[in-house]
Design a protein around this ligand. Structure first.
Ligand code: R1P
Ligand code: MN
Ligand code: MN
Length: 401
């Protein structure tokens, strides 16, 4: 009896009842549908880079992905909708943020009890006293940026100036984040991490969810971000699934961003790397994780490499890769194991802007029979995983098992 909770970061399935209150540029998220629009683009031959033809996800669809999409948004997507062998449903978020911590905290049983602070989409975006503190902690005379932007655009705009002046590049997005980009060698990776750590308490006091270090390498025209990104997130204000499981004397294994998202609360071990490495870690944990343990994994590249970059082919390739990996992983589960696949928000690569999209998410369950779960809440995922592990759930969720 073990549990594996796997978040496919940003794999929304449309249909959020409050999507009209969320925006990308000036366009409301109404109708945004990450999976549905990728499947449509593939079927219409608009996702042909490094792959070809209709979206092929036989394993995920066999667990109920197509049915969940149809339940969430009414969309019967080309190539999806097989009769499911797993338990499947669609989950709706109540937290007001469409960001990663909000989605994960609620999946872990804790809807976010406050409004995050968002910086205005104006220039300047940041208050002068905040930037004064950044300059002081960095030991520089100035900062660059001070606006909303996609991170790769920031490197194109300010990377060369950063190398000349040595000033850190500060930016934000539609999320409640304060991001600092700096060159790993010229500014220094340790110095960037120390800077982010130094200013994080100030940002957390403002209810800004995360300070994110965004190290990069290379020269003007060829900058590339590195895997040394580090998030300094607010600690969840109440116990979450990881804490409940750990308090019951069980082991909790985190894979990928889960450590950052929960500030390591309730987590015994953390394994990091790119998504291909994380998949190897997940295979290892399916082979090795202790009886009664929880493994909580996040695969971020759907979001960071493809969703934010509005790259439909890339997102489709990543989904097809995940599907093939799951085809190898699922048969390795042991009797009594539960594996739940879900997502934390949407990031429709066909949508306007570069930010997340407010959507429902799939809940696909292997190891608990077959059939429809219907519409569920994000927090029900935590309650169900806890119930499977025979750990008392806390918070508002109800087990669907
Ligand atoms: O455009 P980049 O720098 O990837 O930033 C994206 O990543 C941030 C954190 O996940 C989001 O807030 C979004 O702005
Ligand atoms: Mn996310
Ligand atoms: Mn994101």
């Amino acid at each position: 009896m073990r549990a594996f909770l796997v978040v496919l970061d940003s794999l929304g399935i449309g249909g959020a009842p409050d999507a009209q209150a969320y925006f990308n540029e000036a366009r409301p998220d109404t109708g945004a549908n990450t999976l549905g629009h990728i499947a449509q683009a593939c079927a219409e031959g608009r996702a042909e880079t490094g792959r070809s033809g209709p979206l092929r996800l036989p394993v995920l669809d066999g667990l109920g992905l197509g049915r969940a999409l149809e339940l969430a948004s009414g969309l019967a997507a080309p190539g999806l909708g097989a009769v499911p062998e797993g338990r499947w449903g669609a989950a709706t978020e109540t937290s007001r943020g469409k960001d990663t911590p909000s989605g994960h905290w609620e999946l872990a049983g804790l809807p976010v009890p406050w409004d995050w602070h968002y910086f205005p989409d104006a220039q300047p975006a940041f208050p002068p006293d905040l930037l004064a503190r950044v300059r002081q902690a960095a030991g520089t005379d100035g900062t660059l940026g001070n606006c909303h932007s996609s991170g790769t655009v920031m490197l194109d705009r300010f990377g060369a100036e950063h190398l000349r002046s040595g000033w850190p590049i500060c930016y934000t997005s539609a999320d409640s984040v304060f991001q600092i980009a700096a060159h790993e060698e010229r500014f220094g990776l340790d110095r960037l991490l120390a800077l982010c750590e130094a200013v994080a308490p100030l940002l957390h006091d403002m209810r800004v969810g995360r300070v994110i270090a965004r190290p990069f390498l290379g020269e003007p025209g060829a900058f590339r971000r590195t895997a040394n990104r580090h998030d300094y997130a607010i600690t969840p204000p109440a116990p979450v699934l990881t804490n409940w499981v750990q308090a019951a004397g069980r082991r909790v294994h985190a894979v990928g961003k889960i450590g950052d998202i929960f500030s390591m609360q309730g987590i015994d071990t953390l394994r990091k790397g790119d998504d291909a490495t994380l998949m190897r870690h997940l295979h290892d944990l399916v082979a090795e994780a202790e009886e009664g343990s929880l493994t909580f994994a996040n695969f971020v590249e759907f979001d960071s490499l493809w969703g934010h970059r509005r790259d439909v082919s890339g997102y489709a390739r990543a989904l097809e890769w995940m599907d093939a990996e799951l085809g190898r992983l699922l048969p390795k589960l042991q009797p009594g194991d539960l594996l739940v696949l879900t997502a934390d928000h949407g990031n429709d690569p066909t949508w306007s802007g570069t930010d997340h999209t407010r959507e429902r998410v799939p809940v696909l369950v292997a190891g608990a029979g077959s059939g429809a779960l219907g519409q569920v809440a994000f927090a029900d995922v935590a309650a169900s995983v806890a119930t499977h592990l025979k750990v008392a759930p806390q918070g508002p969720g109800r087990s669907f098992l």
